[in-house]
Design a protein around this ligand. Structure first.
Ligand SMILES: Nc1ncnc2c1ncn2[C@@H]1O[C@H](COP(=O)(O)OP(=O)(O)OP(=O)(O)O)[C@@H](O)[C@H]1O
Ligand code: SF4
Ligand SMILES: [Mg+2]
Length: 339
């Protein structure tokens, strides 16, 4: 196994609010390996964004606070870097793509200019024509039609999908080692979503960047990712390679997520949302944080919080006292996936 590009250990992030301390990320550990796409999936508020934003110094402090943890990225602990050093890491080695590209694109600069500027920060002596050519190549790579014309347009002249493509182009101007895409297609309609995902895939094949793809959509994980972390209430509750987890999920929450995917089969329309709602992160229930919603819960679950532990080999982990009882359990989704 190659060395990980990124290695997170025991990350704990809190927010101080009027109502109390929000335990947004509570002891998260994971590795990201070269060239792989790791999905982070979970309901809204489960800590997906905070667990990655914290690494890059993008949590407002206060109210946020990184209580503990390490984040080893190519031999340095990101959590110990000074602001200036982190900014350099963000600009050079790590790229981010967010749900709303307008937050990252400058509305008063043409798309071509912004991409050019971004290239120029890394190659200040490059000739103007060469930079322009590279920008147009990038726009073509991310599937912006009429790249020469689009080069001179402003972000507001681009549609949502086109803006997201421009954002992806921007994120790879400097060949990052790590690409973090946080719900990159959530704001887009389904057809455009598929196209943008295709662009991400193409870009990843071209750059070989290790990628973290944050999404609430398991369908996207199935299509795009090699491995997945399932997050619930600030904890990783299951992790493993995508194929294994879809075939043989070993955490009741993962099964719930799979079964709540809307599906239309020949004879039925299927949608079974997980009952109840995520707990308050200020006042987590004792024991397993999922127990109030869990179909397997019993007394021990109300008392003891299960650690994330290997369930078969070291690659597949689940945080459930009774994960063995799920061997052979077929979610509606996995039945279809196998069929
Ligand atoms: N600036 C903040 N102040 C207070 N609480 C915050 C702040 N930012 C995030 N949180 C809290 O931290 C928790 C985790 O948030 P996070 O944004 O990581 O969730 P998420 O899984 O990315 O959800 P979504 O799918 O909605 O993006 C949430 O309960 C959220 O309310
Ligand atoms: S530990 Fe108990 S409550 Fe938690 S997921 Fe497992 S069975 Fe459900
Ligand atoms: Mg988020």
């Amino acid at each position: 196994m190659p060395d990980p590009v990124l290695s997170i250990r025991d990350l704990v992030v809190e927010f101080k609010t009027e109502d109390g301390i929000v335990h947004a990320v509570d002891g998260v550990s994971y590795d990201l390996f070269p060239g792989e796409t790791l999905g982070i999936v979970g309901e809204s508020g489960s800590g997906k964004s905070v667990s990655t934003l914290a690494l890059l110094g993008l949590i407002p402090q206060p109210p946020g606070r990184i209580v503990s943890g390490t984040a080893d990225f190519k031999g340095r602990d990101l959590l110990k870097l000074k602001k200036k050093e982190l900014r350099r890491v963000r600009g050079n080695e790590v790229a981010m793509v967010f749900q709303d590209p307008m937050t990252s694109l400058n509305p008063v600069l043409t798309v071509g200019n912004q991409l050019g500027e971004s290239i120029r920060t890394h190659f200040p002596d490059e000739k103007k024509e060469v930079v322009k050519e590279r920008v147009i190549d990038l726009l073509k790579l991310v599937g912006v039609p009429n790249a020469e014309t689009r080069y001179a347009q402003y972000p507001h002249e681009f549609s949502g999908g086109m803006r997201q493509r421009a954002m992806i182009a921007m994120s790879i101007t400097n060949s990052p080692a790590l690409l973090i895409a946080d719900e990159p297609t959530t704001a887009l309609d389904v057809t455009i979503q598929a196209q943008v995902l295709e662009v991400l895939r193409r870009v990843q094949a071209e750059t070989h960047a290790a990628t973290i793809l944050i999404t609430h959509d398991l369908g996207i994980v199935a299509e795009m990712c090699d491995r997945v972390l399932v997050m619930y209430a600030g904890h990783i509750v299951e992790s493993g390679d995508v194929e294994t987890i879809f075939r043989a999920p070993r955490h009741p929450y993962t099964i719930g997520l799979m079964d709540s995917l809307p599906k239309v089969t020949e004879d039925e329309e299927w949608l079974r949302p997980i009952t109840g709602s995520p707990p308050s992160l200020i006042d987590l229930p004792p024991g397993c944080p999922f127990h109030p919603r869990c179909f397997l819960a019993r007394e021990r679950c109300r008392q003891e919080n299960p650690p994330l532990a290997p369930v078969e080999g070291s690659a597949h982990q689940s945080a459930c006292h009774f994960s063995d009882e799920l061997i052979g359990h077929k979610s509606k989704f996995s039945q279809e996936a196998v069929a």
